[in-house]
Write a protein that binds this ligand. Structure first.
Ligand code: BDR
Ligand code: CA
Length: 318
């Protein structure tokens, strides 16, 4: 889907696909309001060698082998690597039978490309969309602190406060995997918008919606339905719910239709000391500390509008 010259919002997607990451990437590539400058892969749901390959598979699925995909960091900054094959399957993208990608991985390291791209663009023009652990973004900020002033905004999926965690009782997966990276990002002074479990758990998929993707009669619709059938079985068992959440597309839907979401500016700090609550996003929702707000915390969503948007956009893909 070609963007209208000069009017599309330039974004970088940092991701660890992941079926929900895949739907988020498809949503972005189907949306002319967004210009995907590149996709940077990070270790997360599965090791880096699989996340970068999955990102390329998804670009080809969308008919966009021209999108640049870069491999980034292969492990968290400090802690040992944690993956989530129990949710996403051995490949990270279990469900559909997608072909091995023909498009090549870019040679440059994702972190170097992020730094150079931000330095070359007008300050404030690029939005970072992060759908996985924040290792690549934190490493870029450590390597080149000047880029903090050049990032327009970071919109991220991660964290959970009133809803608790999905990986430990206190921590959500993306923040738990690399809490030190999250600390770097949350203390960077960059404009942040966070989509925690508090919002993603309010918009559960239905069988009928997944089936409606299959009904599109396209290869993207078929593959999306197959990956979501596989992906949602884990959360349905875990939560005893009728459908699972679809976390990562919230980030892209927020850029496309911010009116579907609501939240509050809060101070958010990341737990990096206690093993018990490691990776917890401590949100000062009630403003009980003197610490200034550093993040917009999203906690409400129009679920019908969200799922209608994704289906409408996916219908534009081959
Ligand atoms: C997040 O963790 C991953 O498993 C998903 O892709 C999503 O980014 C949800 O906690
Ligand atoms: Ca993800």
């Amino acid at each position: 889907m070609a963007a209208q010259a000069g009017t599309a919002r330039p974004i970088i997607i940092d991701t660890d696909p992941g079926q929900d990451d895949a739907i988020a990437i498809l949503l972005a590539l189907a949306s002319p309001e967004l210009e995907v400058l590149g996709i940077t892969a990070v270790a997360g749901n599965v090791p880096l060698s699989l996340t970068e390959k999955n990102a390329r598979k998804v670009c080809e699925l969308a008919g966009r082998p021209d999108v640049k995909v870069f491999a980034g960091c292969a492990r968290p900054l400090v802690r040992h690597q944690v993956t989530a094959e129990e949710v996403h399957g051995k490949t990270g993208l279990d469900g559909p039978d997608l072909p091995e990608p023909a498009m090549l991985l870019q040679e440059r390291h994702a972190v170097d490309w992020i730094v150079d791209t931000l330095r070359a663009a007008p300050a404030g023009s690029i939005t970072l969309c992060t759908l996985g652990p924040l290792t690549n973004v934190a490493t870029a900020l450590i390597k080149a602190p000047d880029i903090a002033a050049r990032i327009g905004e970071i919109v991220l999926m991660g964290g959970g406060f009133f809803e608790g965690g999905n990986t430990t009782p206190a921590a959500e997966f993306n923040i738990y995997v690399d809490p030190h990276a999250a600390h770097v990002v949350f203390t960077s002074g960059i404009k942040l918008t966070m989509h925690p479990l508090d919002v993603t758990h309010k918009a559960l998929m239905t069988k009928a919606w997944i089936e409606s993707l299959r009904q599109l009669g396209t290869r993207s619709g078929d593959a999306a339905a197959a990956m979501l059938d596989f992906y949602e079985r884990f959360d349905m068992e875990k939560y005893g719910a009728e459908g699972g959440p679809l976390h990562d597309p919230c980030v892209l839907a927020y850029l496309l239709r911010p009116e579907l979401f609501a939240g509050k500016d809060c101070n958010v700090r990341i737990e990096t000391g206690s093993e018990l609550t490691m990776g917890m996003t401590v949100v000062d929702w009630w403003d009980v500390t003197p610490h200034p707000a550093n993040c917009r915390v999203i906690n409400a969503i129009d679920a019908r509008g969200f799922y209608a948007l994704i289906r409408e956009r996916l219908a534009r893909l081959p």
